[in-house]
Design a protein. Structure first.
Length: 283
């Protein structure tokens, strides 16, 4: 049997001696499917790292992890550990949301350019399917791969209007709906589809400029909201650190814990409300 070739029986037939396997491209043996096999598995860096990790973990590794956790709890205390974990989780959620918002803003900024490139490809005589594929190849993520996916889905026989409608429903933002409407309009217009795409691109660019102006005007309001949210916490920390009696009352008595809880809850509610107000003014 040639190297790097595996003969796979079809229909559950057993392998008997004297079977000859032919590589792909040669003649086929009835009842057999020939599949080339790579003797060296390809591992990405992440898979290589995962392959080096023993699973399930060894008892020694589990014991070391438990010992480290006990030492940390004994040194900093359980309350500090829980508070630090909660703060780390909050920072992680904040970072993840900021990352998603930045990616969404970058995608919105790509929409007018993508429509203009699509219109340019249509002017050169390309079909809408070809124009989508060409524009997707020339644009950077995240919009480029999305347009390429639209072209691939349309190339498999689905109507472009249906593919674009599913794409718009998955994104559910105003810019994507306008782009989807422009693409669908380009499928039904027989004379000047590029002109319709250019008009929608101009509208999207004007909307982006207006949103940027609103965000700039709301910058002062956001700065004031941050100061109002941080000031009570900073003032309370300063008082507790400068006067031991106040610190003892706040952190060592039930009434102090109640005051802290109510104050922090009200401060958090006010911060959330001011954030919603400034965000609405900037969008």
């Amino acid at each position: 049997m040639p190297r790097n070739v595996t003969a796979v029986p079809l229909g559950g037939r057993a392998v008997t001696g004297g079977v000859r396997a032919i590589p792909v491209g040669g003649w086929a043996v009835p009842g057999w499917r020939v599949r080339p096999v790579d003797p060296t598995p390809v591992l990405t860096p992440g898979r290589e790292a995962a392959a080096e990790l023993p699973w399930p973990p060894r008892p020694r590794d589990v014991g070391i992890a438990v010992a480290i956790l006990v030492i940390v709890v004994g040194v900093i205390g359980p309350a500090t550990l829980v508070g630090g974990g909660a703060a780390a989780a909050g920072c992680l959620v904040w970072w993840w949301r900021r990352r998603g918002a930045a990616e969404a803003a970058r995608r919105q900024a790509q929409l007018p350019d993508g429509l203009e490139r699509l219109a340019g490809a249509l002017r050169t005589g390309s079909s809408l399917h070809q124009a989508l594929a060409e524009t997707g190849r020339t644009m950077e993520p995240p919009l480029g791969p999305e347009l390429t996916g639209l072209a691939v889905a349309a190339g498999r026989g689905r109507p472009i209007a249906e593919v674009v409608d599913d794409w718009s429903a998955a994104r559910a933002d105003v810019g994507t709906r306008l782009v989807a409407s422009a693409i669908v309009l380009a499928t039904v217009l027989g004379t000047a589809p590029a002109r319709a795409l250019d008009g929608v691109a101009t509208t999207l660019r004007e909307r982006l400029e207006l949103a940027a102006e609103r965000r700039a005007l709301a910058t002062q309001a956001r700065a004031s909201a941050v100061v109002l949210a941080i000031a009570p916490v900073a003032f309370g920390t300063l008082l507790a650190g400068s006067d031991p009696a106040i610190g003892h009352f706040l952190f060592a008595t039930p009434a102090g814990w109640l005051c802290l809880s109510v104050g922090l809850a009200l401060d958090a509610a006010g911060s959330y409300w001011m954030s919603r107000l400034t965000k609405a003014a900037g969008t």
